[in-house]
Design a protein around this ligand. Structure first.
Ligand SMILES: [Ca+2]
Length: 351
């Protein structure tokens, strides 16, 4: 995901207060008058033509479009959360990282071993991490969503809570159609517009999707090679470093002074999840402070940040900068850890 996608995800999961987004994403001119959808669409259509989208593309994409009540309901209701009670990471992980998901990952890694090895050699992103994202996003391409992305994004662009964000995504849809990358019928996805096997928002597609099989087209809908290459490219463009693990499970000794590891810098994006991260401290220093791990440690100087997704009374992980790249895909510690742990499970399972 791009930064925008990250913000979208944060908002979709109520991580950022909507009021903050409203300020960040202002202006939202139609909020004042609240014209109907058709009036909004007419204005949007003119803007699309003005920026050079071919008239027949605009016509095909936008004619007869109606807002989706279901999308608005999902956007406002956020079903699928914990009904107000804070979720715990262990219960989240138990739901997400089950035997079926691990077996699916192992099968995917085996089936695509040569393609994944080629992507890993080129980008430095381990096959297991690519598979981890693939598995958590769409169950290895099995569940990619069947919402009409054009209609979803038009609905959300019109609806006004995050108009600027989703207008930009709808613009990207029209650009994709205008470039003959895909047909509107192919652009199916999540209710919030995430598309294809890696669940890229349209703007992320334009920015990060790449061709992995050499046919000249980045097909994140039906090409495994393109999906793998695009996930890896996304992470590389968000700082993934070759040869560095994401992090590891650790044990924090009783009485550990967490006041001494607080990050003095306040996060400016992905705020709630980032508040769970300590300041950066070299791996060797963590060991001197009594942090233990059954896994091999990285080089002493490797900066690591302690992440305790449930706070001091839960599990603990020391994470590297590569973990932050996973959080750029989705702004959530639960997400990033579940991807990383799925990757570890796939990497260590027998083939
Ligand atoms: Ca391709």
């Amino acid at each position: 995901m791009s930064r925008i996608m990250l913000i979208a995800f944060a908002l979709a999961t109520s991580i950022l207060p909507v009021t903050v987004a409203a300020q960040v994403l202002a202006p939202q001119p139609h909020m004042a008058a609240t014209p109907g959808f058709d009036a909004w669409l007419a204005t949007y259509r003119s803007a699309a033509l003005a920026r050079g989208i071919r008239p027949e593309i605009v016509e095909r994409a936008l004619s007869g479009l109606t807002p989706s009540d279901r999308v608005i309901e999902l956007d406002r209701g956020q079903p699928g959360d914990t009904g107000g009670a804070p979720a715990r990471f262990d219960s989240y992980l138990a739901r997400r990282l089950d035997a079926a998901r691990i077996n699916g990952g192992t099968a995917t890694a085996t089936r695509l071993s040569s393609q994944l090895a080629a992507v890993e050699a080129k980008t430095g992103v381990p096959a297991a991490i690519i598979v981890g994202i693939w598995g958590m996003e769409t169950n290895y391409g099995r569940i990619t969503g069947d919402f009409d992305v054009t209609r979803s994004l038009a609905t959300l662009a019109w609806d006004g809570r995050r108009s600027a964000l989703f207008t930009k995504e709808l613009d990207a849809v029209l650009t994709i159609l205008d470039r003959n990358i895909a047909t509107r019928e192919m652009l199916k996805g999540s209710w919030a517009g995430a598309m294809g096997q890696p669940q890229f928002l349209p703007s992320s597609y334009l920015e990060y999707a790449v061709d992995g099989d050499g046919d000249g087209r980045a097909d994140i809908w039906s090409s495994d090679a393109d999906t793998a290459a695009s996930i890896a490219n996304y992470l590389v463009k968000h700082g993934w470093q070759r040869g560095v693990r994401w992090g590891q499970r650790v044990v924090v000794p009783a009485g550990f002074d967490r006041g001494a590891i607080v990050n003095p810098a306040r996060p400016t994006i992905c705020i709630k999840p980032m508040e769970r991260h300590s300041r950066w401290i070299p791996a060797g220093e963590w060991r001197k402070m009594g942090i233990a791990s059954s896994l091999p440690w990285p080089a002493e100087a490797t900066p690591m940040s302690l992440v305790e997704p449930d706070g001091p009374d839960g599990v603990a992980y020391l994470t590297t900068a590569n973990y932050r790249s996973l959080m750029d895909y989705n702004c959530s510690n639960f997400y990033a850890l579940s991807v990383a742990l799925l990757g570890d499970a796939v990497a260590t399972s027998p083939r």
